[in-house]
Design a protein around this ligand. Sequence first.
Ligand code: PMP
Length: 355
Amino acid sequence: MYELNEKVRSLTPYEPISGKYPVRLDANESFLSLPEELREEIGRAVSRAAFQRYPDPLAGKVTEAFADFYGISPSLVTVGNGSDELLYLLTSTMLMRGESMLVLEPDFSMYRFYGSLSEVEVVSCPKREDLTIDVDEVIRRAKEANARLILFSNPCNPTSLGLPRQEVRRLVRSVEALVVLDEAYMDFWDQSLLPQVEEYENLVILRTCSKALGLASLRLGFAVANRRLTAALRAVKSPYNVNSLSQTVGALVLREKEWASYALGQILASRDELQAALDSLAAEFPGQLQVYRSCTNFIFLKPAGAAGLFEGLLEAGVAVRRMGEFLRVTAGSQEENRRFLEAFRSLFREGRAAE
Ligand code: PMP
């Protein structure tokens, strides 16, 4: 009988929150949909697509639009089928089997997953008690483990906290490993290393269209690195990894800078409103709710009784993400935030937080 190998035997498919919840604040997506005019333009462009042809392997148009959007050179960019694909690609090609990769804890859980599929040794470095990153400790552990790759998100999913650019620089300069800096949420903060990426021989920065740009459905991610690393990434990716429709639509939306900046403003306003309301709730219930200061489009919370609150929110039709004793809540539309806050406040007042 055919036996699955050890590394895949116990895996189960990724299961997003199922069930019909009218308020979905669990996946850090944008709550904005594209404006009507832009949709019409997209419709026209899609109707002209060469469906019978393979896509452009280097995704030229969307690469140019992305590079122009961020003010960098297109020659430093590799496009992926979501940054997820690039994460998998990096862990499976930049390390030899059995070599070490360093991740931080807590951080985006997929890093560890892709590392283990790639048969590399995943070594972890805990963050401080307050969930901030101790760069000296990361450097120390990386050296101790002889890490060939260090992978972390900044700002971080799930903690929502950011590491100042100066500290990231110090880390990249102090290690021999390749540093993969996942800036999926950097549109919401101002400490990107993108403009200086060429100054580093060991840095790959990942960005995505799934968050601030509101294009999670397209699966468009970007790796930005110096020319030598970019040549390697373009060589190892599969040739037609990004479909033509995503390339076309991504390029169109990335050229709409006014829309992008409007959308970003709306998301930040929602995030700030949610943060302020949760801060007041924390003040109302001392010792029962810790609210982390967000640099992203979501708020990370440590309430007393996360499990009961999570269930209570689902009962009220509101899906958030629970991670052990923490909850992560995406900034939504005004209506979504209101419904979440109303349900959350009621649960606190009913004493569900203390359970
Ligand atoms: N990195 C981080 C830190 C993320 O939170 C996510 C999405 N949840 C990704 C990467 C993957 O994004 P994409 O949609 O580009 O695959």
